[in-house]
Ligand binder design. Sequence first.
Ligand code: SF4
Ligand code: SF4
Length: 88
Amino acid sequence: MEITTKPSTTIINKTGSWRTNRPKFIYDKCPACAICPRVCPEGVIYQTNQINTLGKLPYDCDLDYCKGCGLCAQECPFKAIEMELDEK
Ligand code: SF4
Ligand code: SF4
């Protein structure tokens, strides 16, 4: 019997409703360094197609599947992600 789950299981199971906090991506602070998608344990961070004031395509996440762990905000070197209370 398998008792552990594989990474990125939230791609199958929506976890958005479980969160206490959620990340807010501040597009104009993001120079698209691409660190956050590499640290997100759920693989739910993606590059947008909106050019910001830095002339870059900033990153965002799919809140349906983000579990609010805060790793992305912790590792962003440009403070372009803030964790805020998820008021659903
Ligand atoms: S808080 Fe950030 S690192 Fe954590 S699951 Fe959500 S998008 Fe991924
Ligand atoms: S780590 Fe921060 S600066 Fe880098 S892509 Fe993600 S949000 Fe943008």
